[in-house]
Design a protein around this ligand. Structure first.
Ligand code: NDP
Ligand code: BG6
Length: 485
């Protein structure tokens, strides 16, 4: 069991969206559940000027009323929160930061442990690492120092390597925690337990019994206020390169010998390195890029992507990716993985569907039932196993039925959100659910041909907002005799 050490949680980019909307509410929730260390403080850092109290007030405004268990608890939490305005890009300002950390350390007996969470624009990541080191704030002689990197970890393969090199000049790999919040989701982790704690699934978990696998990451929302960021990213970088490839790694990896950071991440990287490189043929025939267009859904006018704030009106950025891909290893040889992710889909759903092969000979009816295992990551986390049973009455007609498990049925279990889980692991120093540099590179390596292809002339298909993406993406499966669930 890893210790929950007393520590100073320093958040760069404290006035920003991620800190306010995700990190602070998550830390508050952990505090209400008494999961934070006995002695801790949170020190928000950004250029905006706030007093400690003004920063606390900002936080209080962002905590949903339903999460406030009692006002005293919230007041106690606020007493641990402080704010320091500095220009993160200016090395001299780190003297002020160091002094503030040192005083908080003495007052609250934080044992010189510090977590530096970089929730700033990515261009500042290497700058922050360098400036922390200039003031010896990376030094672990007294107390641990951890550096948390938010996605994106680079913009392509080369920039990911450059970022790593810049961070390694001042921090060791074991001090660096790269957050992919999908790995903090309960059902993503549950995939490992489902696969490796039950003897009934694992023997079937290979190309001999599995026909094909679907992975869907659909969002009902558009890009909202993030058009400026998103247009430089697109669905490929925003969702597929990181979140969905991590999900695929959980579905496809070999069992680790034990669950710890090294063995887990060794297996993850092994499978990611087996992703079959995309050929010119794949780029032309097994990849569909789309962009949402305007439409009316249930009486509501939904704008086109190109009409969103911050998006150029001739943008060719994809808001949808559909891809057929393979994994080159013994377990998965020949099994297609169909992946799709998009904004402005009919609903929000992230799920993996494992389609098992049909029986070799249909004894009971021409239409053999499909055996499929649906692993729903969100919403309504759960697992559904579909299979065929005899229809009541005479004859042997079969019908599809399902065994259906919802996490919500475990009434007593309140699931930690992804950020709650990952923040707790950060404080414990458990790197199991954080992306290691070699895995990040393997993911970029796989998607790099798509990024290069996008620099040439490529087909970008429109799809009406509120639909399941371009019709061309249906054909990815139809031409193989399959269909999206
Ligand atoms: P915001 O633009 O909302 O916030 C950026 C923060 O960085 C602000 O607090 C800003 O504060 C600070 N900042 C900017 N420039 C400087 C500077 N030169 N010196 C000091 N501080 C600076 O971004 P987000 O919160 O949305 O995102 C932060 C990071 O997290 C990004 O890398 C993003 O990719 C990543 N991320 C965000 C997610 C989200 O849901 N928002 C999800 C996943 C990842 P000030 O101007 O006061 O200095
Ligand atoms: C973020 C992307 O990393 O993940 C967003 O930047 C996306 O564009 C989000 O909406 C999806 O996360 P979740 O947890 O809502 O599925």
């Amino acid at each position: 069991m890893l210790a929950i050490d007393n520590s100073c949680i320093v958040i760069f980019g404290a006035s920003g969206d991620l800190t306010q909307r995700m990190l602070m509410p998550a830390l508050y929730k952990l505090f209400t559940q008494q999961k934070l260390p006995t002695a801790f403080v949170i020190l928000g850092v950004s250029r905006s000027t706030y007093s400690d109290q003004a920063f606390r007030d900002k936080l209080i405004n962002n905590i949903p009323a339903s999460a406030v268990i009692n006002k005293q608890l919230l007041a106690d939490f606020c007493q641990r929160i402080f704010y320091q305005s500095i220009d993160t890009a200016n090395v001299n300002d780190y003297a002020i930061l160091k002094d503030r950390i040192s005083k908080l350390n003495d007052t609250f007996k934080l044992e010189n442990n510090a977590l530096f969470y970089m929730a700033t624009p990515p261009s500042l990541y290497s700058v922050i690492a360098q400036h922390l080191a200039a003031h010896h704030l990376n030094n672990e002689q007294k107390g641990w120092k951890r550096l948390v990197v938010e996605k994106p970890f680079g913009y392509d393969l080369d920039s990911a390597i450059t970022l790593d090199k810049a961070l390694y000049q001042h921090f060791q790999e074991q001090q660096i925690y790269r957050i992919d919040h999908y790995l903090g989701k309960e059902t993503v982790q549950n995939m490992l337990v489902l696969r490796f704690a039950n003897s009934i699934f694992e023997p079937l978990w290979n190309g001999k019994y599995i026909d094909y696998i679907e992975v869907t990451g659909a969002e009902a929302l558009g890009v909202e206020k993030r058009g400026g960021y998103y247009d430089g990213s697109g669905a490929m970088r925003d969702m597929l390169q990181n979140h969905l490839l991590q999900v695929i790694a959980m579905v496809a990896m070999e069992p680790p010998s034990v669950i710890n950071a090294d063995s887990m991440r060794d297996e993850v990287v092994k499978v990611l390195q087996c992703l079959k490189p995309l050929s010119e043929h794949d780029l032309k025939h097994n990849l569909v890029l789309g962009q949402y267009t305007e439409s009316k859904v249930r009486g509501e006018d939904l704008s086109a992507y190109r009409a969103e704030a911050g998006v150029p009106d001739d943008s060719r950025t994809e808001t949808y990716v559909g891809l057929k891909m393979f994994i080159n290893n013994w377990r998965w040889n020949g099994v297609p993985f169909y992946i799709r992710t998009g904004k402005r889909m009919p609903t929000r759903v992230t799920e993996v569907v494992i389609h098992f092969k049909k029986t070799p000979h249909p004894v009971f009816s021409a239409h053999a039932p499909e055996n499929k295992l649906i692993i729903r990551i969100q919403p309504d986390e759960g697992i559904v196993l579909g299979f065929g049973l005899k229809q009541p009455g005479s004859g042997f007609e079969s019908q599809e039925v399902a065994m259906d498990f919802h996490y919500s049925d475990l009434k007593k279990t309140e699931l930690l959100t992804a950020y709650e889980r990952l923040l707790l692991d950060l404080i414990k120093g458990d790197a199991t659910l954080f992306s290691r540099s070699d895995a990040v590179r393997a993911c970029w390596n796989f998607v790099q041909p798509i990024l290069d292809y996008k620099k040439r002339s490529f087909s970008l298909y429109g799809y009406a907002s509120g639909t399941w993406g371009p019709v061309e993406a249906e054909h990815l499966l139809i031409k193989d005799g399959h269909k999206w669930r």
